[in-house]
Structures are given as C-alpha cells and as structure tokens.
Design a protein around this ligand. Structure first.
Ligand code: HEM
Length: 162
C-alpha cells in the first residue's frame, strides 16, 4: 500500500475493510423497521484523501440494496472533515463536520439529486462514525425528508476484516 499521507492520519482508524457483525437496524416514521447487512471499504493511495465504498445487502437474500461511494478530506491544520458521497438512489452530497478523538460527526453541507429521484426527497443527513473501545465501528444515520423531520434511519456496528 502507498505511504499514508499525513493529512489524513487522524482518520487512519477507518482504513481497511469492515463488515456488519449483526444486521443493521433501519427505521423511519414512514417505514416498517428493517434489517440489513453492510460492508465498508476505506482505502488510500498516498493522496490526502480516503476513498470509500459502502455496500448494503438484504439479510436473507443477500440482494444488493443501498450503495454509496466517495471521498473523505480534512481541512489542513484543523479537525474539519468533508465527506463527499454519491448514493445509488441518485442523491449526491457533501457532508461536513468534525473529528473529535475517534468520533466523526457529519451533517449535510450541500445536496443534489436526479430530476426523477423517488419521493420523498431527502433534505438533510446527519451521520456519526465512532470507533468503540472494543475495536468495532459504529455508524448512525439520521435524515429529514420533505415529509418527515430529522429522525434516525440507520444504526449498525461493523467489525474489521483481517
Ligand atoms: C427508504 C434515504 C441508506 C434501506 C429510504 C427513504 C429515503 C432513504 C428518503 C424513503 C423514506 C420514506 O419513504 O419516507 C436514505 C439515505 C441513506 C440511506 C439518505 C444514506 C445516507 C440506506 C441503507 C439502507 C437503506 C444503507 C440499507 C439497506 C432503506 C429501505 C427503505 C429505505 C429498505 C424502504 C424501502 C424503500 O423505500 O426503498 N431511504 N437511505 N437505506 N431505505 Fe434508505
């Protein structure tokens, strides 16, 4: 692997491959609660950037569901983080936030979607990645739509693959 760029060393704990230990929990006021599995891949090629791919699947059928990919950057000399993401649903987002220890908190800074995206439309996303003391990674995602205020949509815990 390429030598880690110092600009992203505060985020080195994310690098590698992760898989949900137990199925993640999906929820939203308008949805029947659901479960899913997800694999995360964070890589680097020596740039001051982390590349990522998130692939979620149906627990039973293993059918591919939600997918996201993008880039993570840090503002030099600060704990400000940008999370630039494209989702297979036709949503693209720039989320921004801050890194405190091994907790990364992000919120929508800019958002766009395809002209024919399914309704309801997402208004804002908030997400937190946190490395737990036992080495597991936790992600919590909340969102608001044009029909619902900010509410939790996803909660999942991953373990690191060798
Ligand atoms: C539904 C957004 C990630 C599974 C929805 C809905 C929205 C949404 C707007 C429709 C809600 C409604 O009808 O009121 C997002 C966003 C995500 C995300 C912004 C990431 C930031 C995921 C992931 C999964 C998932 C990782 C894992 C499988 C579902 C399912 C539904 C749903 C099963 C209900 C069926 C459907 O509408 O397709 N999501 N979602 N979502 N989401 Fe997500």
């Amino acid at each position: 692997p390429a030598k880690l760029n110092e600009a992203i060393s505060p985020l080195d704990w994310l690098l590698g491959n992760w898989e949900s230990v137990e199925p993640g929990e999906g929820s939203f006021p308008s949805l029947k609660p659901f479960r899913y599995t997800e694999a995360l891949h964070f890589t680097q090629v020596g740039q001051p950037i982390i590349n990522f791919m998130f692939n979620a699947s149906d627990v039973e059928t293993k059918k591919p569901l939600h997918r996201e990919c993008g880039f993570i950057r840090m503002q030099t000399g600060t704990n400000r983080v940008a999370f630039i993401v494209a989702q297979n649903s036709g949503l693209v987002e720039v989320e921004e936030g801050e890194l405190v220890g091994m907790k990364l908190s992000l919120h929508t800074h800019a958002l766009a979607r395809t002209s024919f995206a399914k309704e309801p439309h997402v208004k804002e996303v908030s997400r937190v990645f946190q490395l737990q003391p036992d080495g597991k990674l936790e992600q919590t995602v909340s969102m608001s739509t044009d029909k619902q205020p900010m509410t939790q949509h996803l909660h999942i815990t991953y373990s690191r693959l060798p």
